[in-house]
Design a protein around this ligand. Structure first.
Ligand SMILES: NC(=O)c1ccc[n+]([C@@H]2O[C@H](COP(=O)([O-])OP(=O)(O)OC[C@H]3O[C@@H](n4cnc5c(N)ncnc54)[C@H](OP(=O)(O)O)[C@@H]3O)[C@@H](O)[C@H]2O)c1
Length: 284
């Protein structure tokens, strides 16, 4: 794709206040795209504006906020070339400690918000006869790990929606890609700890020992083994936007590639033992 064509391509990214979203916003802008960066908190909106971005406030847990952001963006451009679903968080905790409300909140942001946003953007992509929708799923969108149930379920749900939508859009020129990273350097763990504190009553749990290990991990500066910087995701996103045929899956980091292979060749009972061990009682 030459630079002049790229200059006309507009991309909306959610969750640009930190981590992968911020890296994508910077990287795509540098690569000549018109980036509509979004964040849910006004202080982040203001910071992104100061950094030179076109910014809109967008909270994925609020229908009104999503509709308002899309309306404002469509006053600037007649449709988008790319939509990057990135904003989200990980609700951690043993499933028996997770209330319906905690699960609902996890799905409002990680699943329902993404679905609603897709449906608002998609019609113009179809009528423009081009578009790329990129979803930040996870290795936890195809394997499960203990004490990450709500997050796991939200990413499995996204994969189900995307796998269906891809079939329904087969006759169009809109291409969908799932990015499935393992550990990436970001504020993810610290934000997961906030969600844990909000919803899990540790004092009443059977899993206090596991939680002590988990909290230590979430608050540690030490990166998990095989962690990559968010630039590794940017490389996949560039490919998903620019290649004639975007890949359906982009697995990022060694663990994501390894588990994608193992899940195809090993029986479920063996996978369960490996994943139980990999979780190490909350330590990983
Ligand atoms: N880091 C990893 O290891 C990893 C691995 C696999 C997949 N992922 C996925 O990558 C994506 C980005 O995560 P990250 O690692 O960059 O973590 P992060 O640094 O915590 O960034 C998450 C972003 O999502 C935003 N967000 C949270 N709730 C939101 C809401 N209701 N509406 C709009 N935005 C919201 C956050 O905004 P606030 O600052 O306002 O909270 C932040 O901008 C997520 O979908 C995550 O599941 C991450």
């Amino acid at each position: 794709m030459d630079k002049s064509t790229k200059l006309m391509k507009s991309i909306l990214i959610t969750g640009c206040s930190s981590g992968i979203g911020l890296c994508l916003a910077r990287g795509l802008k540098k690569n000549g795209y018109r980036v509509f960066a979004t964040a849910r908190n006004i202080k982040d909106v203001e910071q992104l504006k100061r950094d030179g971005f076109e910014v809109f406030q967008l909270d994925l847990s609020s229908s009104d906020s999503i509709k308002k952001a899309v309306k404002s963006i469509f006053q600037q451009v007649d449709g988008l070339y790319g939509l990057i679903h990135n904003g989200g968080y990980g609700q951690v905790g043993a499933l028996e400690d997770i209330s319906r409300q905690a699960l609902d909140e996890q799905f409002q942001t990680n699943v329902f918000g993404w679905h609603e946003l897709t449906n608002l953007i998609l019609p113009k992509m179809k009528s423009n006869n081009e578009g790329r929708i990129i979803y930040l799923s996870s290795v936890l969108g195809f394997i499960a790990m203990p004490f990450r149930g709500p997050y796991n379920a939200s990413k499995f749900a996204i994969e189900g929606l995307v796998n269906t939508l891809r079939l329904e859009l087969m006759h169009t020129n809109v291409q969908l890609s799932l990015i499935q990273p393992g550990p990436i350097e970001s504020k993810f763990r610290i934000n997961a700890y906030q969600a844990f504190k909000k919803y899990v009553n540790m004092a009443k749990s059977d899993y206090q020992t596991n939680y002590h290990s988990m909290i230590k991990r979430l608050n540690s500066d030490k990166l998990a083994d095989y962690t990559l910087g968010p630039e590794a995701v940017l490389q996949c996103v560039l490919h998903a936007l620019e290649s004639t045929r975007a890949k359906i899956h982009y697995r990022v980091t060694f663990p994501a590639k390894l588990f994608a292979l193992l899940i195809r060749i090993l029986p479920s009972s063996v996978m369960d033992r490996i994943l139980f061990k990999a979780g190490d009682g909350g330590r990983r």
